[in-house]
Unconditional design. Structure first.
Length: 368
């Protein structure tokens, strides 16, 4: 019986002939040899299917599945049905993986068998080119720390950019919801990841390996289903009642569980501070939008002081630092409104704050 590969990479493909060769060549360039790539042609009407067949003829690790068009979830499920790897990774057909991606992911998984492994992405081709040449850097964190940062979306919502446990998926019979993953019905990634994490770890504060090097090149294709999902995840949230109090309670519990949250890696700690300040600004904005009374003492508390002191002492640049130092709820609301609407005024004031805080460091995760 043929030995199963260590990793199965599943690539759903539909009418992407222009970008597909770059994606496939990034798989051919992988330094890990113990993997298979499953190319699922979801009823393409262009040359995508033929490109897959030609690639598989020259690359023994590739297998092609041709099927009638059924959407992104259907294509991924078709890949899961035939995947033989101990681990599974998903790659969109217009994106690319750096050469050491699978090797690094497999090595860190071997060192941390209970951890969820994920790696950074970038839309910047120059940053991706440097990542392809560099040795990947990683760190071990925990679920609670990742959830307190702006990285939350990448870790727990999207299936791409991570190493999932194929044996576990097979035993649990986990599949994508085929009612989702079609034009007008995104959200298939979030649905799958929620069920995967609930089945694998439930409420456990499980370890997370964060590969900080951007090994996933995300090609900004406005027509791709994945880009629709990204836009949906990035869409402004509606105002929420009582948000400031809830945020303060959550972070108080987080600091009680992890007193060293703002210590160690300054990039992650800075991202935690950025996440808290932006969420607090959202709470102040929400109160105004909903007509809720909100006194300064309701948001200007010890937790805010702790975050601001951290930024000042470590010289970490966070766009919301100066608005909160000024202490004007009106300006904080306005600045957040500019931020959520991508207003030019947000970027102008951010540049002004950058000049005023010259020499302060901006974590990489803010720059994507």
């Amino acid at each position: 019986m043929e030995r199963a590969p260590l990793v199965s990479v599943i690539v759903p493909i539909y009418n992407i002939a222009g970008r597909l060769p770059a994606c496939l060549e990034s798989l051919r360039a992988q330094t890990l040899t113990d993997f298979e790539c499953i190319l699922v042609d979801d009823g393409s009407t262009d040359e995508s299917g033929a490109i897959c067949d030609e690639f598989a003829a020259s690359f023994p690790a590739a297998r092609v599945v041709h099927k009638p068009n059924g959407g992104l979830s259907s294509a991924r499920n078709a890949g899961l049905e035939v995947a033989r790897g101990r681990y599974v990774a998903f790659l969109d057909a217009d994106d690319e993986l750096a050469p050491r991606t699978l090797e690094c992911a497999a090595a860190t998984k071997a060192e941390n068998p209970e951890a969820l492994i994920w790696w950074e992405f970038t839309r910047d081709p120059e940053l991706y080119a440097r990542a392809c040449a560099d040795q990947p850097q990683w760190e071990l964190t925990r679920r609670s720390l990742q959830q307190s940062t702006a990285n939350y979306t990448m870790v727990f919502i999207f299936v791409t950019g991570k190493l999932l446990e194929g044996d576990f998926i097979a035993r649990q019979g986990l599949r994508f919801n085929e009612e989702l993953g079609r034009p007008g019905f995104p959200g298939e990634d979030l649905d799958f990841m929620n069920r995967y994490i609930a089945a694998r770890w439930a409420e456990t504060d499980f370890p997370v390996v964060h590969i900080k090097t951007p090994l996933y090149y995300y090609y900004d294709n406005p027509n791709s289903l994945s880009n629709v999902a990204v836009k949906q995840a990035d869409a402004p949230d509606p105002p929420e009642a009582g948000y400031c109090a809830r945020l303060q309670k959550e972070y108080a519990a987080l600091f009680e569980a992890q007193p060293d949250l703002l210590e160690g890696d300054l990039g992650l700690a800075g991202t935690s501070a950025q996440h808290y300040l932006r969420c607090l600004a959202f709470g102040i904005w929400s109160a105004r939008e909903l007509g809720e009374p909100l006194a300064r003492r309701d948001w200007d508390d010890e937790m805010l002081g702790r975050m601001l002191r951290f930024c000042k002492e470590q010289r970490i640049f966070v766009p919301y630092y100066i608005p909160f130092r000024l202490g004007s709820a009106a300006f904080i609301r306005r600045f957040y409104a500019w931020d959520r609407s991508y207003s030019i005024w947000y970027y102008r004031f951010k540049l002004l704050f950058r000049l005023l805080l010259r020499g302060w460091r901006e974590p990489l995760s803010f720059k994507k």
